[in-house]
Design a protein. Structure first.
Length: 337
């Protein structure tokens, strides 16, 4: 019997096949329409079992990204209030307070967005699955640190096995996100919703700090609660408390970055492309007929290991110079692993 994730993946795969058929001459020949599923492992669902309310927040985050892209694509001239007021209030006052217990099918929330760029939707989903399985590894009390490292290495190999949709594990310069003709359009038009998306990224990375810094289940629970509490303070005091710059792994998740630099880089590249897609969709200077091509070109740059590459040290230095306080602040955790 297929898992909830697997059933969703199969449905998404079927949609993908239909969607790419609507775009003659696209990248369908290169992209594998395979179901995206968890790598079989004993630690699967450990995070959900131990932190079900936090796990459910991830489902709400997926909704936020999908409805954002769907809104920008379907309503290119949408006033600021559509996202910064109507959508923002629904998500922060209702959806995040009572998030869905199962992963959502992005094609149901943003069908037109997924049809526009199914290749990029798959990139996002594949990276999100990687995210969730790393949380599982570090939530499994049966594994010692060395075993956890081995499992994360195994997950990294599995993630990279889909080189058609995997993000590069080489750090990219900020110019790729902020120095393009379409850059900054989204955050200028919809600053409050942009801050909400960045708060999602803050929680996703600081949760790793909470898990890695803990040496006992009780300490882990306390650290996760502290990080989630900080997230709610960002939401409850919005918009002034929301991150004003995109959270960077090296600044807000230093333990995780030191232990798994490739994974941290992948997640920064993931979060950067989320911003880039928003900018392309929100920028009226990019003709509607050129949106798909521009998105695919940007996505390809985030997959390759040659475009706009910087060194690991420069990547870390850049994160530090942007100021952790501007990213939502450090993880409020105790202990040290």
């Amino acid at each position: 019997m297929l898992s909830k994730f697997s059933r969703s993946a199969v449905a998404a795969s079927a949609l993908f096949v239909c969607a790419v058929g609507a775009f003659p001459g696209n990248a369908a020949a290169q992209l594998q329409p395979n179901p995206q599923t968890y790598l079989a492992a004993s630690h699967n669902w450990a995070f959900r079992d131990r932190f079900p309310k936090v796990d459910a927040l991830f489902n709400a985050f997926d909704y936020g990204h999908a409805i954002l892209y769907e809104t920008l694509w379907r309503q290119p001239n949408a006033p600021t209030s559509v996202l910064d007021t109507t959508r923002f209030q629904f998500i922060t006052r209702k959806l995040l307070r009572n998030p869905p217990n199962i992963p959502l099918d992005e094609s149901a929330i943003g069908p037109n967005w997924v049809k526009l760029a199914p290749e990029v939707a798959q990139m996002f989903e594949w990276a999100h699955l990687f995210h969730r399985q790393v949380y599982d590894v570090w939530s499994d009390d049966r594994l010692n640190p060395a075993q956890k490292d081995a499992q994360v290495a195994r997950l990294m190999r599995y993630y990279k096995s889909r080189d058609d949709i995997a993000f590069s594990s080489k750090p990219k310069s900020m110019g790729l996100m902020e120095g393009q003709p379409y850059s900054l359009a989204f955050r200028k038009r919809f600053p409050q919703f942009n801050g909400l998306i960045w708060s999602y990224h803050w929680l996703q990375m600081t949760l790793y700090e909470a898990l890695l810094a803990s040496t006992t289940p009780a300490e882990r629970k306390a650290n996760v609660s502290a990080v989630v509490g900080r997230f709610w303070s960002l939401i409850d005091s919005a918009p002034t408390s929301l991150p004003s710059v995109m959270p960077q792994s090296a600044a807000i998740a230093p333990r995780f970055t030191a232990r798994y630099p490739e994974a941290a880089i992948i997640f920064d590249n993931l979060h950067s492309l989320h911003d880039v897609v928003s900018d392309i969709l929100a920028n009226p200077a990019i003709p509607r007929g050129a949106k798909r091509r521009t998105i695919l070109e940007a996505a390809a740059r985030y997959r390759d290991s040659t475009t706009a590459i910087t060194t690991v040290e420069e990547w870390k230095s850049m994160a530090g110079s942007m100021g952790v306080a501007n990213m939502g602040g450090p993880a409020p955790i105790t202990g040290g692993n």
